[in-house]
Design a protein around this ligand. Structure first.
Ligand code: PMP
Length: 407
């Protein structure tokens, strides 16, 4: 296929035409949430204009159309992840809720005091805190596989930490704080001889990588639509059918039941058993539209462009005195976390904002990563397919000004 036509791609993103503080917007906060293309905005708009109705229960035409679109999106997620069946796709509010669902429904009934959950030092809080809460309730123990100074997972050390008490391994596919792409298939290969399920936090991977859950060999995969050009408030959990079949419901209410009486309730089949209450219908429709848009645009082509931006920005930033890039893994997503000597990231972010450049500063919901590198916070630029080489120059000019004013 031809390389990505970035200028044409940009026309599909209305927000990119706006100005910030009188300057053209340079949006480099894509790892926090990416902007939405017209295909997504219009799919959601169309739902509300033409066929807004509740799903699954109605016999009337609007409800039939809404249910079909909602279930079509489930099929889109299945195809996108190469899952075996759409019965394996549960809609959630996002990655965070997907992890919490696995913690509460899958793992809690299986944990005894002293059992172990193994994660890595580079996890987002979403893949730390639900396990910590579960440990508090059950007496299980959270184990943390180490990372090295480049921000890479130490796979051998992780292998040594696996024991007969390990009940689940949780690993982030692509780190939002460092950019590191983890060798998820190798982690799964370590776990599978022991029969230990692996949960993958795919929040930062799905916008940049072609994901095949069957090839990876994992057991649970979590994603958030808003990181992959879709809306907020919707995401999905993929789980192997046999695991889902074995999981009790987590939240109770409508949609998740088969039969309710005061004597007792029987539960719906998977995946609906895990979708209590009226779902985020417009969100699911937006997620389906985002997936179709990603497939049409071509993730591989987008990735090639993003990797060029990553290399260009990394090369130029490496030349800047006093600038340290935190996270120098061999395989990286388009994320650059950095510190600048003598400059607080928040002050940096504020000055750069006046150049129209949106970047993120703080701990990136990965405080243990900050603790490992001994910094309270970093500044982070993260790229999407619509970003331009020229935008990196605007950012570097802002950076230079911030340095002169603050350092
Ligand atoms: N994991 C990673 C790696 C993330 O980047 C994020 C979002 N910052 C999450 C999990 C949580 O995703 P959400 O807030 O959409 O649930």
């Amino acid at each position: 296929r031809d390389p990505l036509d970035v200028m044409r791609l940009r026309e599909q993103f209305p927000v990119l035409a706006r100005e910030v503080h009188g300057k053209p917007l340079v949006y480099f906060d894509n790892a926090a949430t990416v902007q939405r293309p017209l295909a997504v905005i219009e799919a959601m708009d169309d739902f509300y204009r033409r066929y807004n109705a509740n799903v699954h229960r109605g016999v009337h035409q609007l409800s039939v159309e809404a249910s079909e679109a909602f279930e079509q999106s489930r099929e889109d997620v299945r195809r996108f992840l190469n899952a075996a069946s759409e019965r394996e796709i549960v809609f959630t509010r996002g990655t965070t809720e997907a992890v919490n669902l696995v913690a509460n429904s899958y793992l809690q009934p299986r944990l005894k005091p002293g059992d172990e959950i193994l994660i890595t030092h580079m996890e987002h809080h979403a893949n730390i805190v639900p396990w910590q809460m579960l440990c508090e309730r059950t007496g299980a123990v959270l184990k943390v596989a180490p990372i090295n100074q480049r921000g890479e997972l130490m796979l051998d050390a992780m292998a040594e930490m696996i024991s007969e008490r390990t009940k689940l391994i949780g690993v982030v596919h692509v780190s939002n704080a460092l950019g590191t792409v983890n060798p998820v298939a190798e982690v799964c290969a370590l776990a599978s001889p022991h029969g230990i399920p692996v949960l993958v936090d795919g929040a930062q991977a799905t916008p940049h990588e072609v994901v095949d859950v069957q090839a990876l060999g994992c057991d649970f995969y979590c994603l958030s639509a808003h990181k992959m050009y879709g809306p907020t408030g919707i995401g999905a959990l993929w789980a192997r059918e046999a695991l889902l079949e074995d999981m009790p419901p987590w939240q109770g209410g409508g949609e998740m039941i088969q039969w309710v009486s005061f004597e007792g309730t029987t539960y719906n089949d998977i995946p609906h058993r895990f979708e209590a209450g009226t779902p985020n219908i417009s969100g699911a429709i937006g997620l389906g539209a985002a997936i179709r848009w990603l497939e049409e645009t071509g993730i591989e082509r987008m990735k090639a462009h993003e990797q060029r931006l990553l290399k260009l920005a990394t090369d130029k930033m490496t030349e800047i005195d006093g600038l340290t890039i935190i996270g120098q893994a061999a395989a990286k997503g388009p994320v650059i976390s950095f510190t600048l000597d003598g400059v607080h990231p928040n002050d940096l972010g504020t000055i750069i904002d006046h150049h129209g450049v949106a970047l993120r500063t703080g701990h990136h919901c990965a405080m243990p990563v900050m603790q490992f590198f001994g910094v309270p916070a970093t500044a982070r630029v993260s790229f999407a397919a619509y970003n331009l080489h020229a935008e990196i120059d605007v950012f570097l000019k802002g950076l230079e000004q911030a340095r002169q004013m603050l350092a």
